[in-house]
Write a protein that binds this ligand. Structure first.
Ligand code: NAD
Ligand code: UFG
Length: 344
């Protein structure tokens, strides 16, 4: 039996493949490579010393998915595939709704056709909108402020309806906080296209000399030092959360409603905390300027991760220091990401 990993060539997916392998799960990766390359899979193959079953295809392509389900004995799905850039989603809502929602619907149709009823879905802390308080618990109200966030919310609702229609479905929705860091080998990591939107890749590209300075978006939030606070979680911890989610689906008795779980550390770090931790980890200066707030940003967002501990027996272990060390190790070894040479 195999696990289908959609979007498995991407940042979180590639790290999850290693965790799955270590836990003894067999998997097949399905990815259209719109935001990744085969190189990440080649590097995972080196780490796990095993070749990976990979099929290139789009989750909106029903025929291609049917061929995949015919070819492999797929028992469950970890569904990472999706577009994830908040700003881009505001500019291109149709593309985001089509890719993320139509893609997921097509995947669910084919899963149904092949009687595959177990799925772990990548949701996001973005579904909490601007929470009234922190730490954030799973039962907080949900709200989306942009098309990307709405795709996550809609898919969560679709999955809940699917369970109502047929309670043999076993569904876990994982709400990630801010994934950062890289595998300890320094051979796989986050490889954003163009100018990074997210903090950690921007800091690491500044430290390596690709960017002149970091713009810190807002120094006047109601936080200890005025900069935004987030729950940064090491991608390797996050990856292991998927193994625990899958274990849970496999032992879970029938008729349990979809599980919704925060994956975060429970610790909030400000932008300045991360800059300092990164400077210590890399021994490089990260020049910065404090500029206007970024539209749509909130002051504080961090998880109450106690439910993940209780239900999945999972908790994040790695510190912000390790997150920065591993991000730096990846960036320093791969200044141009997976593409060798002077691109980007
Ligand atoms: P990523 O872009 O690195 O990985 C996503 C992968 O999906 C890529 O390899 C891409 O090529 C593939 N893909 C996209 N659309 C596809 C399609 N139509 N058909 C087939 N493959 C497709 O992103 P990531 O950071 O690894 O995120 C994985 C998932 O986690 C996404 O669903 C994302 O929304 C979610 N998530 C990410 C974060 C984060 O900050 N990285 C936070 C919360 C949730
Ligand atoms: N920030 C800067 N400068 C930058 C980039 C970010 O100061 O160049 C600040 C932001 O203002 C924020 C913090 O760093 O205070 C983190 O910003 P990110 O863009 O790294 O992350 P966000 O919390 O804004 O959003 C991320 C993902 C979303 C996801 C959300 C919750 O981008 O897709 O985490 O999971 F929904």
């Amino acid at each position: 039996m195999q696990i289908l990993v959609t979007g498995g060539a991407g940042y979180i997916g590639s790290h999850t493949l290693i965790s799955l392998h270590e836990a003894g799960y067999d998997f097949v990766v399905y990815d259209n490579l719109c935001n990744s390359s085969k190189e990440s899979l080649k590097r995972v193959e080196k780490i796990i010393n095993k070749s990976i079953s990979f099929e290139q295809g789009d989750i909106r392509d029903k025929k291609s998915l049917q061929n995949l389900f015919k070819k492999y004995k797929i028992d469950s799905v970890i569904h990472f595939a999706g577009l994830k850039a908040v700003g881009e989603s505001v500019e291109k809502p149709i593309e985001y709704y089509d890719n993320n929602i139509n893609g997921t619907l097509t995947l669910l149709e084919v899963m149904k056709e092949y009687k595959c009823k177990k799925i772990v879905f990548s949701s996001s802390a973005t579904v909490y909108g601007d929470p009234h308080t922190t730490p954030i618990k799973e039962d907080f109200p949900t709200f989306a402020t942009n098309p990307y966030g709405r795709t996550k919310l809609f898919i969560e609702e679709i999955l809940k309806d699917l369970y109502i229609s047929d309670n043999e479905y076993k569904i876990t929705i994982l709400r990630y906080f801010n994934p950062v860091g890289a595998h300890e080998s320094g051979t796989i990591g986050e490889d954003p296209n163009g100018i990074p939107n997210n903090l950690m890749p921007f800091i690491s590209q500044t430290a390596v000399g690709k960017r002149e300075y970091l713009n810190i978006f807002g120094g006047d939030y109601e936080t200890a030092d005025g900069t935004g606070v987030r729950d940064y979680i090491h991608v390797v911890d996050l990856a292991f959360g998927h193994v625990k989610a899958l274990d849970y689906l496999n032992i879970q008795i029938k008729n349990k409603k979809p599980l919704i779980v925060n994956l975060g550390t429970g610790k909030g770090n400000s932008v300045l905390d991360v800059v300092k931790a990164f400077e210590n980890a890399s021994n490089k200066k990260v020049p910065y300027r404090i500029v206007e707030r970024r539209a749509g940003d909130i002051a504080k967002c961090y998880a109450d991760p106690s439910y993940a501990k209780e239900i999945l027996n999972w908790e994040a272990k790695k510190t912000i220091k390790e997150m920065c060390e591993d991000s730096w190790n990846w960036q320093n070894n791969n200044p141009n990401g997976y593409i060798q040479g002077e691109k980007k």
